[in-house]
Design a protein around this ligand. Structure first.
Ligand code: THU
Length: 136
């Protein structure tokens, strides 16, 4: 499959995941789709809770699913929400959780119409604290 087709699939799947969001409190659905090094796509949506602080973001839902399914190497993530007039990035907590698995990911910040801004995790979280920093 061509790279452009894979990106289109990733974008499409993050929008499908957004439609599954459980967000009765914020009414702010978010979808994420992670592309693994071996070409699999794993999705996530935000899952809120009546105890608000227990909410899990779409990106973290996706990475936790991916790890459970045996993936630890990732090349890209697409994220989308319902904001139409600008590109919205992952929250700081999610950036940190993603960087656990490297900073060399492409990140596609995706609007509801499918247009996207391409960046990298390294750009979104410069000078990150990462597993290498634990080496004594
Ligand atoms: N949210 C995400 O799913 N990902 C982010 O990166 C930012 C915020 C969710 C959490 C909450 O359910 C809703 O968006 C509003 O903050």
């Amino acid at each position: 499959m061509q790279k452009a087709d894979k990106v289109a699939e990733l974008i499409s799947k993050c929008m499908q995941a957004r439609d599954m969001a459980y967000c009765p409190y914020s009414h702010f659905p978010v979808g994420a789709a992670i592309l693994t090094a071996d070409g699999a796509i794993i999705t996530g949506c935000n899952v809120e809770n009546a105890s608000y602080g227990l909410t899990v973001c779409a990106e973290r839902t996706a990475i936790q699913r991916a790890v459970v399914e045996g993936h630890r190497q990732f090349t890209a993530i697409a994220v989308t929400c319902d904001v139409k007039d600008r590109f919205v990035g992952p929250c700081g907590a999610c950036r940190q959780v993603l960087v656990e698995f490297g900073s060399n990911w492409t990140v596609y910040l995706t609007k509801p119409d499918g247009t996207y801004k391409e960046t990298t995790l390294g750009e979104l979280l410069p000078l990150a604290f990462s597993p290498e920093d634990l080496a004594k």
